[in-house]
Design a protein around this ligand. Structure first.
Ligand code: ZN
Length: 475
């Protein structure tokens, strides 16, 4: 009996202890800001992750220090991180696991470059003006953008690495506002011997929208039986009515006639080395007497003066850009480089290509020998091959020569006036060399003109049809 009581008591003690152990099993408590955490935690990569506080108690005894953490969170990197909290105490072996999800929920931004709405003859032919796609987490993801075209809209779509999607649109106004382009085959300036047949060399037309353009109008009023300067006007129109035109210049010449007759008894006033501050005065005088002259320009002076020369009906011709003998006569290549510079200056101002030229020092100059032997022989041929007409002079007023050395203005003016009146002839053409960079030339010009008019001379400007007057080449 006693034995069984003892056993029973032992059993009850055992049950009691076991019960106490079961009832008092400690747990791991996780809290953030006093809130208990039992589920997964999800936060954005741009927030900071704070590890939960841990606590555990048994019989009111704090055993938090016994808890060990397995796992680590990189809160700047999108992903799922497992945190395992372990507690080993007495007979207890407890684990608690939570997942921390670091996520990117922000849409990438797409930015369009260029106009929106854009303009094109069709959505399909729209020339993409550009776009960029930036994601805060991934950075530049422009190369991930996909483009879809539907009706009159272009859709730009991009997904970031977390599958956040953004789509933006560019509307396209269906319209063709661009003119077709026409380029002439062959030379833009054509020299046609009288009675020769003009042969059209054709053209090439391109357009942004139309694959073929059939609306071409060519105005050609060339009379090849008559010496003169003619224009051929080519006008092309695309299907939306945008127009473009280009001109070809044709000079019909008679080699016999131009050699002997034209220009005889005529004065061609030519002004070199300008423009300069004296050019306006010269232009005023020429205007007053309704005389057209020829200006061989350089890099000097204001563009407006060249424009005025042209607008008032004078011939704008080319001298060289730098007028630097050492430079322009150092090689054929350097000569043309320099000539191209002044040529493009003039083209920009008058919208026409000047084809009349004068060599610094004339084609007869010997100073070029110092820089390149035989260069004038080559240049005089080469400029002609390239379609230029070069002009020397029959008469120099010596305003940059001997007259420039005279003591005072009176003597300078008297000197050039003398040269002028002495050199004129009714039996030949008179190409008069002057310089619009000399104030005494501007001052004396009116007197010289009055004299020539009294003597019955007429004035002309040099054109592509004026027979060339060349010096003998000396180098
Ligand atoms: Zn000169």
């Amino acid at each position: 009996m006693k034995k069984s009581i003892v056993l029973l008591v032992l059993f009850l003690i055992f049950v009691l202890i076991f019960g106490l152990i079961l009832i008092n099993k400690p747990s791991i408590k996780l809290t953030i800001d006093n809130k208990e955490i039992n589920d997964d935690i999800t936060i954005s990569y741009d927030e900071s992750f704070v590890y939960p506080e841990v606590s555990s108690k048994i019989f009111n005894k704090d055993i938090s220090k016994k808890i060990k953490l397995d796992g680590k969170v990189d809160d700047k990197k999108v992903g799922t991180y497992k945190l395992t909290y372990k507690l080993k105490y007495l007979i207890y072996n407890i684990k608690k696991t939570i997942n921390v999800n670091i996520v990117d929920l922000k849409k990438p931004e797409i930015t369009l470059v260029g106009s929106n709405p854009g303009n094109s003859c069709s959505v399909q032919t729209y020339v993409e003006e550009g776009y960029t796609a930036i994601d805060e987490y991934d950075g530049d993801i422009t190369d991930k953008v996909t483009i879809r075209k539907e009706n009159d809209t272009i859709y730009y779509e991009v997904l970031d690495s977390s599958n956040n999607k953004n789509t933006i649109e560019r509307k396209i106004n269906i319209s063709d506002t661009e003119s077709p382009n026409i380029v002439l085959k062959g030379n833009q300036i054509v020299y046609l011997k009288i009675n020769d047949e003009y042969k059209e060399e054709g053209y090439t037309i391109t357009d942004n929208c139309d694959s073929e353009i059939t609306d071409i109008q060519i105005d050609n009023k060339i009379d090849n039986t008559k010496v003169g300067s003619y224009e051929i006007n080519y006008i092309v129109k695309d299907s939306s009515g945008n127009e473009k035109s280009i001109k070809r210049f044709v000079y019909v010449y008679d080699p016999e006639v131009t050699k002997n007759i034209e220009g005889v008894g005529t004065i061609y006033l030519t002004f070199d080395d300008g423009p300069s501050t004296y050019t306006s005065k010269i232009l005023d005088i020429l205007k007053q007497y309704n005389i057209k002259a020829t200006f061989f320009v350089t890099k000097n002076g204001k563009d407006e003066l060249i424009k005025r020369e042209y607008d008032e009906g004078h011939t704008v011709a080319l001298h060289t850009y730098t007028h630097d003998y050492k430079k322009v006569y150092s090689s054929v290549e350097n000569y043309f480089k320099d000539l191209d510079l002044v040529s493009s200056r003039v083209s920009k101002i008058i919208n026409e290509k000047a084809m009349i030229i004068r060599f610094p020092g004339g084609s007869s100059n010997t100073v070029s020998k110092n820089y390149s032997k035989g260069i004038m022989t080559t240049l005089t041929q080469e400029v002609t091959n390239r379609g230029y007409h070069y002009f020397d002079w029959t008469c120099s007023v010596e305003d940059a020569g001997s007259c420039a050395k005279k003591k005072n203005d009176n003597e300078k003016e008297g000197c050039i006036y003398n040269y002028f009146t002495k050199c004129l002839s009714k039996n030949k053409m008179n190409v008069v060399l002057m310089h619009d960079i000399k104030y005494y030339t501007a001052n004396k010009l009116e007197d010289m003109i009055k004299y020539a008019i009294e003597q019955g001379y007429t004035f002309e400007k040099i054109t592509m049809l004026t027979p060339s007057y060349h010096h003998k080449v000396n180098n």
